[in-house]
Ligand binder design. Structure first.
Ligand code: ZN
Length: 274
């Protein structure tokens, strides 16, 4: 959505609000699992790489015509981005229990999924998982297996906001394209099995991201919001039956079998709520 707004110094101009949701596993240059684990000595480099990538993406979005950028960190407890080191033109927030993108609403032109990874069970997907690598084995929405890219795209679909660009490893780009069709993808690395990746040098990766954001923002109205049919069924298979025991205590959650639970949702805001 683009709205004409009047700015007393600049005159009439297009308003373009962009939401950037960053995960960590797909960040440029991040290449071993320990770099995403906050208790490991390698985490400091992983965190720095994530901060640098977010700053590159924010800069690219403003250069491509964004008038407002809200950015959030969805990895772990959402505190990787050290606020004092972030590009001063954006606003930063973090997801909370119920809201994946707290400030998102219908006034945004598009969502950028930065640093993303493939869903649980993807061959050569670097650190592939869906929400919890400890408990979520497989997630389905209306019968279709999907990962975080799909879950977040559906959440944004509630507000009729499309995912316009995805960055991460090649497996994440393939998944995004299969699910969303026309979406700009920046491939910055390739998984070698699950726990190691080969990476573009960071400067080249940031340039790839910049070009991809520039193409996406040139015409954000060409992307379609992802809006699964409602009411929708969400089904989750866990690794162990006791994990399903815990979720099945909620009155709206139906037990499918030892390891799986199911729920019917009437709003896409509940797309990951069990
Ligand atoms: Zn993730």
């Amino acid at each position: 959505m683009n709205y004409l707004i009047f700015n007393f110094t600049a005159g009439w101009k297009n308003q373009m609000k962009i939401y950037i949701l960053a995960d960590m596993e797909g960040v440029s240059g991040l290449r071993v699992m320990s770099q995403v684990q906050s208790d490991s000595p390698e985490y400091a480099e992983g965190r720095k790489l994530m901060i640098d990538e977010m700053n590159a993406a924010v800069d690219a979005a403003f250069a491509a015509g964004a008038t407002e950028v809200i950015a959030a960190d969805t990895h772990g407890s959402g505190v990787q981005l050290r606020i004092g080191e972030m590009d001063a033109r954006a606003i930063y927030e973090r997801p909370n229990a119920g809201r994946m993108m707290p400030s998102l609403d219908k006034s945004f032109s598009g969502v950028i999924l930065l640093g993303h990874h493939a869903r649980a069970g993807t061959f050569n997907g670097f650190l592939d998982h869906t929400m919890s690598s400890m408990s979520w084995f497989e997630y389905r929405l209306n019968g279709q297996v999907m990962g975080e890219i799909g879950i977040e795209a559906a959440y944004a679909g509630h507000y009729d906001v499309p995912v316009i660009m995805v960055s991460g490893d090649e497996a994440a780009a393939v998944e995004a394209t299969e699910l969303l069709g026309d979406v700009e993808c920046a491939i910055v690395k390739w998984g070698i099995g699950r726990n190691v990746a080969k990476c573009l040098p960071v400067r080249r990766a940031h340039e790839t991201i910049r070009q991809s954001i520039t193409r996406a923002l040139a015409a954000p109205e060409r992307f379609k919001p992802f809006k699964p049919v409602l009411p929708a069924t969400i089904e989750l298979t866990l690794y162990r039956s006791d994990m399903a025991d815990d979720l099945a205590v909620h009155p709206d959650v139906e037990r499918v079998d030892a390891r799986a639970v199911r729920r019917t949702i009437t709003t896409l805001l509940d797309v990951r709520r069990f």
